[in-house]
Design a protein. Structure first.
Length: 318
């Protein structure tokens, strides 16, 4: 039969294309990241490529919330319903390399931190907040490393009084990315995702003290040799929901052992399941909607949603 092999699979059109040919990306028109869900169910998410923050209303209306986002990556809400955003430095110029807070009622933007000990941050990536209003964010460098003003790719805590403390750095971690706090606020979780050959693709857990300090580092899950995790959230039962995997290797030392999707992992490190997502690169996720049982997932050019049986955990909305 013309156009099919004897096994029934579609055949390569050798008459028209060389065997070395293939489909490759010519350009990117959007790159979604950092979803955060408001009390009314509206989803705010980043389009890093176009340096903007988008808003998807409950009725399905999509709009530009912020046209110049400073290359914002991760977002979340604090206990008072204010939007926290990591303005990064990836995918083009204009990255402001700082963490800001937006009052959605007034539109006022407050810069929470843009330097540590006099040096600009590398590229603030993702953010989480505890019940006390302490803000934790990661600061890796996945882009142009010549712009780095500090050698450390660390994790930081912003205290309610505005003081900034570096709580993790090398060699304990390599390249921090997503992060989460357990519902009882006794455990701090970190995605350590270094795409270089032999780099960490690990999920770490730490004891979280009442003062916001971390200790007792231990491994929860290792995605090596596949792509590591990216964004991460927790549900009310304490399980980790991790955006990770890849369908096409991007570089040496990275495999497709873990396909793109959402991975559910118990606090003890048991893989509970995988939710395939139809994009090559899944970046982040957030629970929201009625009962916090809608999982919103950013991946490639899209924002997906998945109905869940378990509720997600976050300090806002209550």
């Amino acid at each position: 039969m013309t156009g099919k092999t004897t096994s029934g699979t579609l055949a390569w059109p050798e008459e028209f294309l060389p065997q070395s040919s293939g489909v490759t990306t010519a350009t990117v028109i959007a790159f979604t990241e950092g979803p955060a869900v408001d009390a009314d169910g509206s989803v705010y998410f980043s389009d890093i490529w176009n340096s903007r923050i988008m808003k998807l209303a409950v009725d399905g209306t999509q709009s530009v919330f912020r046209g110049d986002s400073g290359r914002t990556n991760g977002n979340t809400f604090d206990p008072l319903g204010r939007l926290l955003s990591c303005e990064g430095a990836e995918m083009g110029p204009g990255g402001r390399r700082r963490v800001v807070r937006t009052d959605l009622k007034t539109g006022k933007v407050t810069v929470l931190t843009e330097r540590f000990e006099g040096a600009r941050y590398n590229s603030p990536n993702d953010v989480v907040v505890d019940r006390h209003g302490r803000i934790y964010f990661t600061d890796p460098c996945y882009g142009d490393r010549s712009s780095m003003e500090m050698e450390i790719e660390g994790v930081y805590r912003i205290n309610p009084d505005g003081a900034v403390v570096r709580i993790l750095k090398q060699p304990d971690i390599q390249r921090p990315n997503g992060l989460a706090i357990s519902p009882d606020e006794r455990t701090f979780y970190l995605v350590d995702s270094n795409p270089n050959p032999g780099g960490n693709r690990k999920i770490w857990a730490f004891d979280l003290a009442v003062d916001g300090g971390v200790s007792n580092q231990r491994l929860v899950y290792d995605f090596a040799p596949g792509r590591g995790g990216d964004g991460m959230r927790v549900d009310t039962e304490g399980n980790l929901w991790i955006a990770g995997g890849i369908n096409r290797p991007r570089r040496e030392g990275e495999t497709t052992e873990y396909p793109a999707g959402v991975y559910v992992v118990s606090p003890a490190g048991r893989l509970l399941g995988h939710i395939p997502v139809p994009e090559d690169l899944v970046t982040n996720l957030a629970f929201g909607g009625p009962g916090k049982k809608t999982l919103h997932v950013t991946a490639g050019k899209s924002l997906f949603k998945i109905q869940t049986k378990v509720a997600g955990w976050s300090v806002y909305p209550n």
